[in-house]
Design a protein around this ligand. Structure first.
Ligand SMILES: Nc1ncnc2c1ncn2[C@@H]1O[C@H](COP(=O)(O)OP(=O)(O)OP(=O)(O)O)[C@@H](O)[C@H]1O
Length: 319
């Protein structure tokens, strides 16, 4: 079982924010029940400054409900959360930008005019408009009407509007849903760019591939329950396998038995042998050891375990 939960620190019954890391969002045993449906069940997680944090789970796993609660649009049944180490307030809300669904822009107005209207509603300075259009790569298209935009451009404009207030955090729900492959690539690239500007991003996605490509950290949700949490590289990347082959399979197997850093091995088809190594060892160690044992490898391939397989395994184990 893969559990990488960082337990919140507790002192005298008080929920305190650890001060050694800069916590943006700290969720503590947050739950939401809709009648008989437990949409979110005692969820605890922490989002650190500068991370791109993915909430990953299949449809109905509670991602939108979680985002809705921390954005104060859905009332939790129980539990708590804090932003920037403080309870949610108008002041903390100003520091968080959100895109839960594609906003309704005016189709016959230009991108710039649409953003002027949003800026007026949000009380953001018009001077930000050129900046955010530049950030999302739409400066050249600011005089194009919204209806003339591709789906990817429409979503980039939506991201621009959520950045008008220059929030420190951006919360996105399925930001690439409904986009074509080009739009998906544009929006993913843009999310990375926004994070590179120093903003923390929290995004919900049901796409493992998306989380792997975009996120630094992930929380895996299933039926409202947190299944795993931590850096993407730890949670979603499990052991890789090495595939080796040589002329004399029994000799290879005998040599592998002697190697202390080989965790496990098994004979596969076509004279291949699959092995996993202890942490800290790699293909070069195997190659060297085999050579020293007088074996010349004909194949030495690293087979990365697919994230899909790992994700399904996490989900399956808990089912
Ligand atoms: N307003 C509501 N009333 C009743 N049940 C709800 C409501 N909103 C969500 N649910 C239920 O709560 C559960 C979690 O839904 P939620 O939308 O948070 O999941 P999700 O992971 O975001 O999925 P999706 O990507 O499909 O939106 C689901 O079983 C859903 O049917």
């Amino acid at each position: 079982m893969l559990y990488l939960l960082r337990l919140p620190q507790r002192a005298g019954g008080l929920h305190v924010t650890p001060n050694f890391v800069s916590l943006i969002l700290d969720i503590h045993t947050l739950s939401k029940r809709y009648g008989s449906i437990q949409a979110v069940d005692k969820l605890s997680l922490q989002v650190e400054k500068g991370s791109i944090y993915g909430l990953l789970g299949p449809n109905g796993s509670g991602k939108t409900t979680t985002l809705g609660m921390v954005l104060d649009v859905i009332r939790p049944t129980s539990g708590s959360f804090s932003w920037f180490g403080q309870p949610a307030s108008p002041a903390t809300k100003k520091r968080v930008g959100a895109l839960l669904e594609t906003p309704n822009f005016y189709p016959y107005l230009t991108a710039r005019r649409n953003l002027e209207i949003v800026a007026e509603i949000k009380g953001a300075s018009h001077s930000r408009i050129a900046e955010v259009l530049h950030l999302v790569g739409l400066s050249q298209r600011m005089h194009t009407t919204f209806k003339g935009f591709s789906l990817g451009m429409k979503q980039r404009l939506a991201l621009a509007s959520s950045l008008l207030n220059d929030p420190e955090v951006l919360v996105l729900d399925e930001p690439t849903n409904g986009l074509d492959p080009e739009g998906i690539a544009e929006v993913r690239e843009l999310i990375l760019k926004i994070a590179a500007e120093g903003k923390t991003v929290i995004l919900a996605s049901h796409l493992l591939d998306e989380v792997e490509k975009v996120c630094t950290h992930v929380a895996v949700l299933q039926k409202g329950v947190l299944r795993a949490q931590g850096p993407v590289s730890t949670v979603l990347a499990a052991k890789d396998q090495l595939v080796i082959s040589a002329g004399d399979v029994p000799q290879v197997l005998e040599a592998l038995r002697q190697l202390p850093f080989v965790e496990a091995f098994q004979q596969a088809e076509r004279g291949q042998v699959l092995l996993t190594l202890q942490d800290g060892y790699g293909p070069a160690d195997v190659n060297k050891a085999m050579f020293e044992a007088g074996i010349v490898l004909q194949q030495l391939t690293l087979r990365r375990r697919s994230l899909e397989a790992q994700f399904l395994e996490i989900i399956k184990k808990q089912a």
